[in-house]
Design a protein around this ligand. Structure first.
Ligand SMILES: C[S@@+](CC[C@H](N)C(=O)[O-])C[C@H]1O[C@@H](n2cnc3c(N)ncnc32)[C@H](O)[C@@H]1O
Length: 190
């Protein structure tokens, strides 16, 4: 990975350790980041959507891979603090031409975004996961991928339970839980 992307990743890891940050970052782990980066690379995804940018940490892994594929990342966030933080992080990493932030409530902004999506990463509040699946699935291309985070760590939450029921009930999906870090649900559209 390019040094300035590695530096941006390290900077956010250090910020995450500070107890006086204005808002918790709730970032994925470095292992999960590497996993997402590899998934985007091997799938050749060019149109990547992320729901829940936070500080931009996961976006760095997604953006590096999407750019290698000649693609872009669209990422949704509603916290003003995190939007500004992510923007500066993408800039420092040299990824601001690759990653664009859609500001506002993703439950609304997603209705305005054009698919098709090759790759979708869902990592916002867990109770909204079923709604996100409902909103994005029609816009996921055939052979496209949806990855949802915290499937094991938040497995008791009603949102995650419902998400798993819904995704497993889809006739046009194949899906599996992968125990990387907090656990991700990896789904492809048939
Ligand atoms: C778990 S954090 C995302 C972490 C990020 N993917 C990472 O690993 O760096 C969830 C983020 O989703 C955002 N979020 C929650 N609900 C949202 C909504 N309805 N629209 C947009 N962003 C939302 C929160 O503000 C928070 O920053």
């Amino acid at each position: 990975m390019e040094q300035r992307i590695v530096d941006a990743i390290r900077e956010l890891e250090q910020l995450d350790e500070q107890t006086n940050a204005p808002e918790p970052l709730y970032r994925i782990s470095a292992d999960n980041g590497q996993f997402l980066n590899l998934l985007v690379r091997v799938s050749g995804a060019k149109r990547v959507l992320e729901i829940g940018s936070s500080s931009g940490y996961s976006g760095l892994y997604l953006g590096e891979a999407a750019r290698a594929n000649g693609g872009t990342v669209t990422t949704c966030e509603l916290s003003e603090y995190k939007i500004q933080l992510a923007k500066s992080v993408y800039e420092k990493a040299g990824l601001s031409n690759t990653i664009s932030i859609v500001e506002g409530d993703a439950l609304e902004t997603l209705k305005t975004l054009q698919g098709p999506w090759d790759f979708v990463f869902i990592d916002a509040w867990k109770e909204d996961y079923p709604a996100y699946l409902h909103l994005v699935w029609p816009h996921v291309k055939q052979g496209g991928v949806v990855v949802a985070d915290d499937i094991i760590s938040a497995g008791d939450s009603p949102g995650i339970k419902r998400y798993l029921e819904d995704v497993r009930a889809k006739a046009d999906a194949r899906t599996v839980t992968v125990p990387v870090d907090d656990g991700v649900e990896f789904t492809t559209k048939l």
